[in-house]
Design a protein around this ligand. Structure first.
Ligand code: SR1
Ligand code: MG
Length: 406
């Protein structure tokens, strides 16, 4: 057995079994452990270790020194500490909505956590056109609790600043600064634009100076607004789901940033699912039914967030000036404005930039894919340019419907 206590190395499946035997007393002494590497994300290695006698299982997630998607991205394995610590904090702030962390290991840069194999990855489930009627209720609670309860409105300010320091995450932030805020807005060699969509991108994104100016403002908002401890990459591939349960995982991009970043990512990725359904469900009645479900979910996420934010603010606010008449509405208005802008960035960057989403790339008919991409780009651009007017769920739905009609 290798020594896991001296210096870091990237584990194999066999190592992950040995590691489990050596470090955890979660399993019986006579457990028959088996392991499979199941990671399909862009960055890390994910080992599922199962006792074949009892079916009991855990997940070991290990951060490597470079990203899996490309060794161009050299990343500090400290992201595994950030991920473990934020999950432990969110476990308290939003009980039931994140996996339990059993152990964090700063030498092997790995954490051992609850296995959620009885759930499915939300992106895959939405592409299979499954419905989750409790999702909006669940995710709005998660978002309000994790975003508002980590802000200066609620936390004692020195305690909040200590958290800001502990969650400084420069390398992962740089990825978002580049891939979300810079590269999609010019003809960057790292972009990956579907050929039929390229001319549209050139004309409506790269050549629109008014849009570019807004993206510059928003990049600085992302880099400088240390408002809340955010997940930082809350797309539907970072959510495990089943009928009665929603679990948010993979928060390695976490840092103190604009609260709207997380909400905007959820909204944009529901819109990708909407675009997928619109161009892949052939039966008209089924398509309409599924689009209604997704449209209502998008609307409910915003409206429930607004409602719960007000209730949670009234219960937990500690900062005295935040109690002045009108400040709560001003603050919430800014969060929803930022939500629209971030949703816009996510919609554009997943079409133009390096990292795509399966909802769109799995549309096999090229013409349908181009149409879906143009609609997403149009929605994204409108969200950014019109963000000051976005307040309710209905405002988000209006933008989606107008883009479809164009
Ligand atoms: C180099 S990582 C590419 C993308 O994958 C992650 O999930 C983030 O969304 C990042 O932008
Ligand atoms: Mg991820």
């Amino acid at each position: 057995m290798k020594d896991f206590t001296k210096e870091y190395f990237t584990m194999t499946e066999e190592d992950a079994i040995d590691y489990t035997k050596a470090h955890l007393d979660l399993f019986d002494k006579d457990a028959k452990l088996q392991c499979k590497e199941i990671g399909d994300g862009n960055l890390n290695y994910v080992f599922k270790v199962v006792d074949s006698k009892t079916n009991q299982s855990v997940i070991i997630k290990q951060a490597g020194p470079v990203a899996r998607i490309s060794d161009e991205f050299k990343l500090s394995p400290d992201r595994n500490r950030i991920e473990s610590e934020i999950l432990q904090l969110q476990y308290k702030l939003a009980p039931g909505f994140v996996p339990e962390i059993y152990k964090y290991d700063p030498i092997m840069n790995c954490c051992v956590m609850e296995d959620l194999s009885d759930h499915e990855m939300m992106r895959a489930a939405l592409i299979a056109h499954k419905k989750f009627p409790l999702f909006a209720e669940h995710i709005s609670t998660f978002l309000v609790n994790t975003l508002l309860l980590t802000s200066d409105v609620v936390l004692e300010h020195k305690e909040k600043k200590a958290l800001v320091k502990s969650f400084i995450n420069p390398e992962l932030c740089e990825i978002s600064e580049d891939l979300v805020y810079s590269e999609p807005f010019y003809d960057c060699p790292r972009n990956d634009v579907f050929p039929g969509t390229r001319e549209f991108v050139q004309n409506t994104i790269w050549n629109d100076d008014a849009l570019l100016l807004e993206t510059a403002k928003l990049k600085f908002e992302f880099m400088t607004n240390a408002q809340s401890l955010i997940h930082g990459d809350l797309h539907t591939g970072s959510i495990f789901i089943k009928e009665d349960s929603t679990k948010v995982f993979d928060p390695e991009f976490a840092f103190y940033g604009p609260a709207g970043y997380d909400i905007g990512n959820v909204i944009a990725n529901l819109i990708f699912a909407y675009a997928n359904a619109n161009f892949t469900i052939e039966d008209e009645l089924k398509r309409k039914d599924y689009l209604d479900y997704l449209g209502n979910t998008i609307k409910d996420v915003i409206d429930l967030f607004n409602e719960k934010f007000i209730r949670t603010w009234d219960k937990h606010v500690t900062e005295s000036v935040a109690k002045y008449t009108g400040f709560k509405e001003y603050y919430l208005g800014n969060v929803i404005r930022d939500t629209a802008a971030v949703a816009g960035h996510e919609l554009i960057r997943r079409i133009v930039g390096l990292a795509h989403v399966k909802d769109i790339t799995s549309i096999s008919n090229a013409e349908a894919r181009v149409r879906a991409e143009k609609i997403c780009l149009t929605i994204g651009k409108t969200f950014i340019l019109n963000r000051e007017n976005m307040k309710t769920g209905a405002d988000f739905i209006d933008v989606i419907q107008s883009a479809e009609e164009q």
